[in-house]
Ligand binder design. Structure first.
Ligand code: BGC
Length: 692
């Protein structure tokens, strides 16, 4: 891809860029803000306005980006999606498990590697902005893009997204999306999400604040409205909170095509960049400036924010490109995708040790269902990827068993009498069911939101049919999140969810089924018995209301009994928690509590546990969720091994938003901390005070 050489180089080599004497902005050793001001001072108004919109010529090439300023040697942006891998616009890429699967790893260190890998693949193809991570809270699992995000809890989503951003930004600028409260597909372009200030500050925004504090270069304004204002023109979201309270100095980009509605309103609110082509910016913004509706100061601020990130990320400083073959679908990235898939698979039920399968005694293994041999990497919307050799469940099992046992391929959803006869002699059956892009997806490119949480009747019937014949029936669910399993969960031997597990999904599944790898994924959302256990999902109304309770917060407040709670996942081994200690009984309102807990692998196999700490606020002066996740740590343990984990809890993260004063307040209270393996399995308990 042709890029304009930085001016310092352009003066030495003959290029399409004009030559000038060296200016301060061209000096990589000069202070960042001085460079920004130097570049801005040299730009004409037209050049400034050109920084603020996507370029039609790039769009015509099927890409997204902004124009190079060849006169000054300021490259434009080249942007690409990258939630589970580099977007299809840039060719083949390593396809990682989707965000929901990566959320299930509860492993920010691993997520940082994923962020860096996707960032490197983007950079190798000439992109400098990665349109990821998707980090909206999973308000309800019927959301069509549920697969892209990390889960329902803001603390957990924040840590995972921060890790992704840290990794990705070693290579390119990340764009955290979609700011904010974007968690319905069918009405996403127009819906107004109502949320009071506590709901915003305590639940729907803290994870965005975390990535801003971690230095994310860009934030994408969502399509929807919040409290009656489109996000791309919300002075409250973009002005008061993002730039005001959090001090964000990166640029805000519009979501594609339909996010903006008014030139002046967006410019004044601080929407810096319209993508992918100028509709409300470009000529319309030029006119608004000439008519005095938008001041040059507003334009200067937007351009400063854009230039700041271009300079910060070395776009003007001749950073060498990575060779595409060095990173795209490399062996290292494929191995990483496999490790992520292995860590993300959640074992939900395992009756009488159905799993792991014993390779010595399993002679005939039936593999059932059309999805067993179908490539199912997720949505075909903006998170879509192109992958060379995705491993299906059947292919993974074939490779793992390689002639050592008989695999009976029943890769269809409607079984014939011959199939049933073949099943009768199987020692075990793996039935793959669940969701595809035809069931859940981004709106405009597919179905949108799920119609219900039910599994397709054909899949329920298939499971029942197999379970009636094969005692060791292992059901593997693909998809973004929960499906209702009540009709068969007590009739089968084992249940796992693999999400959309990426290019190495089948390999990882086979490794888990045969016990080469301990299943160590934990649910990053609540898995209900019935949809009535969750708050209503309203995806056909112009206005919806979000409040402080959804997911486990809602189920806990209702006293409900979910099928599988948030944070749950079984293992082939067992873990015991002991010796919970706090380093102090009293915490200062701006302090950090150090909590330590020992975990022992009490079983006979190696495994990984995810230890979780939840805080409760008995006697709080405001309504709170019964308990909230405030710390977690993943740990791998050999049989009999014990490790002590350190979990920190910041007082600031226990605060509520005080509506009267417009500030966070850490209440003087006796806080309870419960520690365990899920939001409902909390064997250890202690408490501490925050002094007045
Ligand atoms: C999606 C964004 C995406 C953009 C560019 C939009 O429709 O909502 O997530 O980054 O398209 O593909």
């Amino acid at each position: 891809m042709r890029r304009c050489l930085p001016l310092a180089l352009a003066t030495l080599f003959v290029t399409g860029c004009s030559s000038r004497r060296a200016e301060l902005y061209q000096d990589p050793t000069a202070p960042l803000e001085a460079r920004v001001e130097s570049a801005l001072a040299l730009m004409t108004l037209d050049e400034k306005l050109e920084q603020m919109h996507g370029d039609l010529a790039i769009a015509r090439r099927g890409l997204s980006g902004t124009a190079d300023n060849t006169r000054l040697g300021i490259p434009g942006f080249i942007m690409v999606d990258g939630m589970r891998g580099l977007g299809v616009a840039m060719g083949k890429a390593t396809t990682f498990p989707v965000g929901a699967a990566r959320g299930a790893t509860f492993d920010p260190e691993l997520e940082e590697l994923v962020g860096q890998a996707i960032g490197a693949e983007a950079r190798a193809r000439g992109a400098n902005v990665l349109l990821a991570p998707t980090m909206n809270l999973l308000r309800h699992p019927r959301w069509g893009r549920a697969q892209e995000t990390y889960g329902e809890d803001p603390w957990h989503v924040g840590l995972m997204a921060e890790a992704f951003v840290r990794g990705a930004q070693r290579e390119v600028i990340a764009s955290a999306k979609h700011f904010a409260l974007n968690s319905i597909e069918d009405t996403r372009l127009t819906v107004s999400v109502g949320a009071d200030e506590r709901t915003l500050r305590e639940l729907y925004l803290p994870h965005f604040e975390r990535v801003v504090m971690a230095g994310v270069g860009s934030v994408m304004a969502a399509y929807n409205q919040v409290n009656g204002s489109y996000c791309a023109e919300s002075t409250h979201l973009l002005g008061d909170i993002l730039r005001g309270a959090w001090g964000f100095d990166g640029f805000v980009v519009s979501d594609w095509v339909f996010a903006m509605h008014d030139t002046t309103a967006s410019a004044v609110a601080g929407l810096d960049l319209e993508m992918p082509v100028p509709v409300y910016y470009g000529q319309a913004l030029t006119d608004a400036v000439h008519a005095g509706r938008v001041t040059v100061a507003v334009i200067d601020d937007a351009v400063r924010r854009i230039l700041r990130q271009k300079l910060r990320f070395g776009l003007l400083d001749g950073r060498p490109a990575l060779a595409p073959q060095a990173v795209g679908e490399s062996a290292a990235h494929t191995a990483l995708a496999r490790r992520v898939a292995e860590e993300s698979i959640v074992l939900l039920a395992n009756l009488d040790g159905t799993l792991p399968l014993d390779a010595a005694t399993t002679r005939r293994l039936a593999v059932v269902g059309a999805l067993a041999s179908q490539v199912n990497l997720g949505d075909h919307g903006s998170s879509d990827t192109t992958s060379s050799q995705p491993v299906t469940p059947l292919a993974g099992l074939q490779a793992r068993t390689a002639g050592a046992l008989e695999l009976v391929d029943l890769g269809r959803d409607v079984l014939t009498p011959d199939d049933l006869a073949a099943l009768a002699s199987a020692d075990a059956a793996v039935v793959v069911v669940g969701l595809t892009a035809a069931d859940e997806s981004e709106a405009m490119t597919g179905t949108g939101d799920r119609e219900s949480l039910a599994l397709a009747p054909a899949h329920e019937a298939l499971v029942a049919q197999v379970a009636a014949v094969v005692p060791k029936t292992i059901v593997v669910v693909e998809g973004s999140g929960p499906v209702l399993v009540e009709s068969f969960v007590d009739e089968i031997g084992a249940l796992l969810t693999v999400f959309y597990p990426g290019v190495e999904g089948g390999t990882a599944l086979a490794a888990v089924l045969f016990g080469d790898v301990d299943p160590s994924g934990r649910l990053p959302f609540t898995w209900p018995r019935a949809e009535s256990q969750l708050p209503p999902f309203v995806n056909d109304q112009p206005v919806v209301t979000y409040d402080l309770l959804h997911g486990y917060r809602y189920v806990d407040a209702q006293g409900g009994d979910p099928r599988f709670p948030f944070g749950f996942g079984a293992s082939y081994t067992t873990f015991s928690l002991h010796d919970l200690r706090l380093d102090a009984a009293t915490l200062a309102p701006d302090g950090t509590l150090h909590l330590s807990v020992a975990v022992t692998n009490t079983g006979a196999r190696a495994g990984a546990d995810v230890v979780q700490a939840y805080v409760a606020y008995p006697g709080s002066r405001v309504t709170r969720a019964p308990r909230e996740l405030k710390a977690f740590a993943r740990v791998s343990l050999a049989p009999g091994e014990t490790k002590t984990l350190d979990l920190d809890i910041n007082a600031r993260d226990l605060a509520y938003w005080d509506v009267a004063t417009g500030a966070f307040v850490v209440e003087p209270l006796t806080y309870e901390v419960a520690v365990g393996h899920s939001s409902r399995d909390l064997p250890l308990w202690t408490s501490f005070e925050v002094a007045p």
